[in-house]
Design a protein around this ligand. Structure first.
Ligand SMILES: NC(=O)c1ccc[n+]([C@@H]2O[C@H](COP(=O)([O-])OP(=O)(O)OC[C@H]3O[C@@H](n4cnc5c(N)ncnc54)[C@H](O)[C@@H]3O)[C@@H](O)[C@H]2O)c1
Length: 381
């Protein structure tokens, strides 16, 4: 994972700008904040709270954030925080976290939510830190609060991932209805399913943590959405009769589909399962879904692979647009939401076309070259 990001950052020995461990035993808090880079004195990233989070994971995610934000031209560096989850002391841990990171928040390092944390959790640690993000200099002034805004934007990452798939197909001059397999039916996967279906593509398989369900004639996406819980688990007792439950592990790989969207977790496609892949367009909707070796093998075999840092920037980009004041201030919330979807769509389509163009010229990872081009653009070179 680290090697892949080192490659991306064009450095044999990439290390974050600042990495700090937080230990507050009295309040059951163990965590890390990593600032991978600062731009104009600012950085941003989510706060991951899981039982298994590690400093290395936080470092890797912070580095990926640097790349994502630079690729869309946002003038803010990448950061990330990790908190080891202690469910029985959740609020106490969040409050202790807020007190510990107060100097960073006030100093320009924005820490939002990520896997395992919600906007309400973020508010808990902001209050404890005495930090009010609305007072941040240069920030977009919003008429809605963040929780309200995010209710409208919850699908934005998946929207960007779907736009990326569409851009990849267009680059191949492929405008036909395609069959799509989606690994992961959470926030990202569900939005991808809705958006690609709206374009007329056929969703032939979706997978959650329990396995894969499929229908070669097309799954009834809206019915599946109704029987899926917030964590992205589809209720097997209420499945429509038309669908088939595949028994083999990683069944989403064996399904006949031209497009595969990976929207679960890291390492979904590896050298050991690569040979089962049928799709010729693979989009990384989650982070680091393909190992570096698998990606290289896919590229040499002529499979189109859209990297995570290009495809799944939607959520991060929204926050970055607000923090840097790029998004319009004091406009009706619907207008702001429309602006965000348009902006994310434009960035993702452009980066997808350019990264695939670069990939078609050589077999190496195309992200460093795209990153260098975007950085040169930002610097006005
Ligand atoms: N939500 C965002 O805005 C966003 C932004 C960037 C990156 N990501 C990354 O994208 C990935 C998906 O995010 P999400 O918010 O949809 O997560 P989520 O927790 O809402 O959903 C995850 C989905 O993957 C399924 N899943 C878990 N393990 C699986 C397995 N082994 N095989 C098949 N399915 C499996 C779960 O059942 C669930 O349907 C995560 O890695 C996340 O870090 C999310």
């Amino acid at each position: 994972m680290t090697q892949l990001l080192d490659d991306r950052l064009h450095s044999a020995k990439h290390s974050p700008l600042l990495s700090t461990a937080i230990r507050d035993q009295a309040h059951h808090l163990t965590g890390w904040v990593v600032v991978d880079s600062l731009v104009d004195g600012m950085a941003m990233g989510g706060t991951r709270m899981t039982a298994s989070v590690t400093e290395q994971e936080v470092c890797d995610l912070a580095a990926a954030m640097t790349v994502k934000l630079a690729l869309v031209g946002l003038r803010i560096g990448g950061a990330k925080a990790g908190i080891v989850a202690v469910p029985e002391h959740r609020d106490e841990v969040l409050r202790a976290f807020g007190r510990s990171v107060a100097p960073l928040l006030h100093g320009g390092v924005y820490l939002g939510c990520d896997q395992g944390t919600t906007h309400d959790d973020r508010d808990v640690f902001f209050v404890e830190a005495g930090y009010d993000v609305r007072r941040r200099p240069g920030i977009t002034e919003m008429r809605a609060d963040w929780t309200e805004l995010w209710r409208h934007l919850k699908d934005i990452t998946g929207y960007g991932v779907a736009e990326s798939a569409i851009a990849a197909l267009r680059l191949r001059s492929d405008e036909r209805q395609r069959r799509v397999s989606i690994q992961g039916f959470g926030t990202v996967g569900r939005s991808v399913a809705k958006n690609l279906q709206a374009y007329g593509h056929r969703i032939v398989a979706v997978a959650d943590v329990l396995g894969t369900i499929s229908d070669p004639d097309g799954l009834p996406v809206s019915e599946l959405l109704e029987i899926t819980d917030a964590a992205g688990t589809i209720d097997r007792s209420r499945l429509p009769q038309s669908v088939t439950v595949l028994n083999q592990p990683e069944g989403w790989l064996d399904v006949d589909a031209e497009v595969l969207v990976l929207a679960a977790g890291g390492g979904a496609i590896r050298e050991d399962n690569l040979s089962r892949l049928r799709a010729d367009v693979v989009v990384e909707g989650g982070n680091l879904c393909c190992t570096a070796a698998a990606k290289e093998a896919l590229r040499s075999a002529g499979t189109v692979v859209v990297p995570d840092v290009v495809a799944n920037v939607g959520g991060a980009a929204v926050t970055g647009c607000i923090l840097t004041g790029l998004a319009p201030s004091d406009v009706p919330t619907e207008e702001l939401v429309r602006w965000m979807f348009d902006w994310v769509g434009q960035q993702v389509r452009r980066n997808t076309s350019d990264v695939l163009e670069i990939a078609s010229q050589h077999g190496a990872d195309p992200v460093p070259e795209l990153l260098a081009a975007r950085r040169a653009e930002s610097a006005g070179v």
